[in-house]
Write a protein that binds this ligand. Structure first.
Ligand code: DOR
Ligand code: ZN
Length: 476
């Protein structure tokens, strides 16, 4: 096998996969991993990437990104968010469906693929939305078309025309589809269950939110703690428990999105121990922030579900480590500086995150809270398996996409909001010290970020679907 002309080889890296770290060289041909060897003995390549001293991870995946495109693109669009992803070491974005129009049927799926393809710096998969009777008939066709999961915004009202989320909903508002009731949720879940795809929920109970909000308003509460009190742990726990009860009944693959509380994650742990296929994710803001941070971060920290207390933060770290939480994702949800710069109760929820996801978790490796093998597990292997795109994505196996994130664990830096690549710069981590940085992002053999600079072009990124992954696995 000597003198083979590979397109690229990545030599002398520390390859991280499946809980192991081994020194090796990766050979790339036609955008795929063509061979892996311990020493660089398999011949020459047109491009040689020296990874000495670097960790080579399977390309990292952010499963939870709201790029607002199409829709309120003044906040963000895919041209920007996919650059932010590349800059932050992310090779695949799974894009949320609450766009205008939403990804609710085959036509909007196809339009979204065309829309994002022209702007994509990294690869992407698409979530489909569940909006009750409005698209029940479209669930099976959307599944066939290749959505990586179905999202249901449990507890949210949406605007009747734009389908944008109503962040501060009150019953009686006009032009609004109110939150779905349990009967409607059950029948949506039933429809998704038939496909075998994932039914993923935002888990906050609207009736409790309304009751607690009235209490807070009665005492004229305006503090951050009042915001938590309007959406406390119980709001998450009751929805998680209802979801689990329905999923048990229907045999659904239920996924709890962005869990924020000790009670919420422990309800999932209990269901997992009983043998049910319930999964759960969390986000950096629930791991790195607590109510104590509000004084210095301010309203930019408002997200739904809200960041809660240190006891929740502590439990979530435990559940990341013990594997209850399958993966960590950003919930990248940009709004403009002006929109976030208002009164805590009326501003929208959400902040940027796709670019800071990997650097923050790598900093947890430096701080001995995680191992580098956990990063591959939490940001590549488990997300890809959950969404049916493994091993095409999320692995270092021969015959799969040559997606890699090269990491320098020795490199330190500071997160600076003005350096973020998103259109919006709303972050809770301005000035946050980072130890361990993605220094190169490679998508299907092509470098799209090197030392923080974007190298790729808009339009390079491609759609990934569970079916495309099955095809690759069969060919390999
Ligand atoms: O804070 C949030 N922002 N939570 C959500 O559930 C939605 C998101 C958004 O799209 O703005
Ligand atoms: Zn979200």
């Amino acid at each position: 096998m000597t003198n083979v002309q590979w397109d690229t080889k990545i030599i002398d890296g520390l390859l991280v996969e499946n809980g192991r770290i081994v020194k090796g060289t990766i050979y790339i041909k036609n955008g795929e991993i063509a061979a892996i060897a311990q020493e660089d003995t398999l011949g020459e390549a047109k491009e040689v990437i020296d990874a000495k001293g670097l960790h080579v991870l399977p390309g990292l995946i952010d499963t939870h990104v709201h790029s607002r495109d199409p829709g309120p693109t003044y906040k963000e669009d895919f041209y920007y968010s996919s650059q932010a992803a590349a800059a932050g070491g992310i090779t695949t974005i799974l894009e949320m469906p609450n766009t205008t129009p939403p990804v609710s049927d085959v036509e909007s799926f196809d339009n979204q693929v065309a829309n994002l393809s022209g702007k994509a710096h990294v690869d992407f998969g698409l979530w489909g939305i569940c909006v009750g009777d409005l698209n029940k008939k479209d669930i099976a066709p959307l599944h066939e078309r290749g959505v990586i999961g179905f999202k249901f915004f449990w507890g949210y009202a949406v605007h009747a025309k734009t389908f944008q989320l109503m962040y501060n909903y009150k019953p009686g508002m006009e032009d609004v589809i109110p939150p779905f009731d349990d009967g409607e949720v059950y029948s949506m879940m039933k429809e998704v269950s038939k496909t075998g795809n994932l039914f993923a929920v935002h888990a906050e109970n609207n009736h409790l939110i309304q009751a607690f909000t009235r209490e807070v308003e009665a005492r004229q509460g305006t503090s951050y703690d009042d915001l938590i009190q309007s959406r406390p742990e119980l709001v998450e726990v009751t929805t998680v428990q209802s979801g689990i009860a329905m999923a048990k009944d229907l045999g659904t693959r239920l996924h709890i999105l962005h869990v924020s509380s000790a009670g919420g994650v422990d309800a999932v742990k209990e269901a997992q121990e009983a043998g049910y296929p319930i999964t759960v994710e969390t986000c950096p803001h629930y791991l790195f922030l607590s109510d104590k941070d509000y004084d210095h971060v301010g309203p930019q920290m408002k997200v739904y579900p809200p960041v809660k207390y240190e006891k929740d933060q502590k439990r979530l770290w435990e559940r990341v480590k013990d594997g209850t939480i399958s993966h960590v994702c950003s919930d990248h949800a940009p709004h403009t500086e002006e929109e976030k710069d208002g009164e805590l109760w009326s501003i929208p929820a959400g902040m940027c995150g796709v670019e800071s996801l990997a650097p923050l978790l790598l900093t947890a490796v430096h701080d001995n809270r995680l191992l580098i093998t956990d990063i591959a597990r939490l940001l590549a292997e488990e997300p890809a398996k959950l969404h049916g795109i493994y091993p095409q994505k999320g692995s270092l196996q021969v015959g799969t996409d040559a997606d890699f994130t090269l990491v320098d664990l020795q490199k330190s830096g500071t997160l600076k909001r003005e350096e973020l690549h998103s259109k919006s710069k709303v972050t809770a981590y301005d000035g946050f010290p980072l130890h361990g940085v993605p220094v190169r992002t490679i998508v299907r053999g092509k470098t799209v970020m090197k030392d923080g600079a974007i190298e790729g072009e808009a339009g390079y990124g491609q759609l990934v679907t569970p079916a495309s992954s099955r095809k690759e696995a069969a060919l390999s």
